[in-house]
Design a protein around this ligand. Structure first.
Ligand code: DHE
Length: 522
């Protein structure tokens, strides 16, 4: 977000607004306060689209509260002290009004948008640089929408290139680590070649996109869109459109996908839905499709609720697993037998056994756990999962055998990202919001105690750690326009070096990602 510009506009408008006798009209308020993040036409950019179709399950009263107070765990600030309650109400009515000219983003538009910058057959057979592909990092710099490619051995950047606007969700790699796939919030998927250091192809799959996943066999890319509400499958080699799957339940009711993940050991994609009590599993090759759950007829397949749900047949059949409550945030055990899910609004988490397709336990993780950011490590005779919480200052540690919460570690504020490495005795968690947003806690994985709190840049947000392939160094972002990537010795916890960057956000190590390290996101 270009905060400086926005705040200047705000200041001018605040004085204009408070001096003026009449409230400002809604379109003008929208232009000044909302357009920069939500798009001038309400179609979504850094922030989501503001259209009745996206907001239908969100009461207007709550929307007014969000405009007044902001939204936790997002970049949405509160405007309650800047504009009057009447103006807030007029903004609410404005964004809930039907859009006069909603663009259609169908298969033809998707195909039309595809750009091949470098055809696959023209790419070099060997890297054009001397860095080891397996220890490369791609670092997203949100400040000026660039990506830096960093050599994890020399801890030096080797390349920097402009990205699409507002990349979100982790960058994903092909199973051999050569190609990277990134999604922007406004629907662009880009494929980058780590041998030749160039973007090879791009395609716009939607107007609002959540994230992207790559099949474990490297053949397909799946993107989850909230506008339109669908899943788009692409050929990973050239990003050509393979299939579109509308996100609707068996009665035709549409829902927003929250995210798509790859369950490589299951040969399937798993899709989290925001508005339906279902989770979808979609196999991407014939091995998975031969499983009884995909070959069953509608009547043969009885989920736990007893209500038969259809398994859509054909390529990419959809297996619908029925849930007791909506789950829009997921975490998987290392084997992908279980899914641990939480709703952003719910009070507890659910454990779903993916093999039998039903809930088998509840877990006590109140608040708003950021499960997609959770990690796993061996602990005593068991394995634990730990997740930060984006509403409370707490890391919750859950035993993966008993599903019991064994420890709540108090932190200095809500955290967004947690990371570790098989070779490190520590887990790192940030404090993303609040007065201690500059703090990062280092937790001992054996004692489950915080052993050190680092403040690499006092007063500035520090967040998102990732390790080098061998776990020797931990790289952390100073999440500011004049920010930096700070490299720590992961053992001594001493700073090793600092590389200036523009609001660096996520960083993704090729080897840790493709080998599904239990200390990072996959
Ligand atoms: Fe994220 C990953 C959802 C806001 C930065 N974020 C994810 C994932 C999900 C998610 C489901 C995992 C998907 C993946 O990696 O493929 N994020 C959400 C939200 O629902 C939320 C709260 C609201 C929204 O607007 O979407 C949200 N996220 C943010 C931000 O405000 C952050 C801090 C800045 C930004 O880029 O918008 C942010 N999210 C990230 C990052 C990752 C991410 C850097 C990847 C982490 C990783 O290590 O894999």
């Amino acid at each position: 977000m270009k905060r400086a510009g926005l705040f200047l506009t705000l200041l001018l408008l605040v004085s204009a607004s408070s001096d003026a006798a009449d409230p400002l009209p809604a379109p003008e308020l929208y232009r000044h306060f909302c357009a920069q993040c939500h798009h001038p036409d309400r179609l979504g950019a850094m922030g989501p689209a503001l259209l009745p179709e996206n907001l239908e399950r969100f009461p207007k009263k709550e929307a007014a509260g969000v405009i007044a107070k902001g939204r936790p765990a997002t970049q949405m600030p509160g405007f309650g002290e800047k504009i009057s309650p009447e103006e807030i109400q007029s903004l609410v009515d404005f964004v809930y009004a039907p859009h006069a000219n909603l663009p259609v983003w169908d298969a033809a538009a998707i195909r039309e948008s595809r750009v091949i910058h470098h055809a696959h057959e023209t790419l070099p057979v060997k890297p054009v640089h001397s860095a080891d592909i397996m220890n490369l990092f791609m670092v997203v710099e949100l400040g000026d929408h660039h990506v830096t490619v960093l050599d994890g051995d020399r801890l030096e950047p080797i390349h920097r290139f402009p990205s699409r606007f507002a990349l979100h969700g982790g960058i994903k790699y092909s199973p051999d680590g050569r190609f990277a796939y990134m999604a922007s919030r406004d629907g662009w998927i880009s494929r980058f070649d780590l041998f030749s250091l160039q973007v090879t192809a791009e395609i716009r799959v939607g107007i609002n996109t959540r994230n992207v996943a790559i099949s474990g066999d490297g053949r397909f890319v799946m993107a989850a869109n909230t506008l339109p509400r669908n899943l788009v499958i692409l050929d990973a080699a050239d990003l050509s459109l393979v299939k579109e799957i509308p996100v609707v339940n068996d009665k035709g009711v549409s829902a927003r996908p929250s995210a798509v993940y790859t369950a490589a050991p299951r040969d399937s994609f798993i899709v989290a839905l925001k508005d339906l009590p279902e989770v979808w599993e979609i196999p991407y090759n014939d091995k998975a499709k031969a499983l009884p759950i995909y070959t069953a007829t509608v009547h043969d397949f009885q989920p736990s609720s007893g209500e038969a749900l259809p398994v859509a047949k054909g390529p990419f059949p959809v297996r619908r697993i029925q849930l007791e409550a909506n789950l829009d945030d997921f975490f998987f055990d290392q084997e992908y037998h279980h899914l641990i899910g939480a709703s952003r609004t719910g009070a507890s988490g659910q454990v779903v056994n993916l093999n039998v397709g039903r809930k088998i336990a509840e877990i006590d993780i109140a608040g708003m756990p950021h499960l997609a950011s959770g990690i796993i490590w061996p602990y005593k005779e068991t394995q634990v999962m730990a997740t930060p919480n984006i509403k409370e200052g707490e890391v919750t540690v859950v035993d993966l055998k008993t599903w019991k919460t064994i420890k709540r570690i108090a932190t200095l504020g809500p955290g967004f990202f947690m990371r570790s490495h098989e070779n490190s005795p520590y887990a790192w968690v940030d404090v993303f919001t609040g007065p201690n947003k500059d703090a990062v806690h280092v937790i001992d994985k054996e004692s489950l105690e915080i052993v050190k709190t680092l403040r690499p840049a006092p007063g500035k947000t520090s967040a998102h750690v990732e390790f080098t392939r061998d776990g020797r160094y931990a790289l952390l972002s100073i999440w500011e326009m004049d920010g930096a990537l700070v490299v720590y010795d992961a053992k001594s916890l001493e700073e090793v070096k600092r590389l200036p960057m523009k609001k660096p956000s996520g960083k993704y190590n090729v080897s840790n990602k493709i080998n599904r390290s239990s200390g990072t996101s996959h």
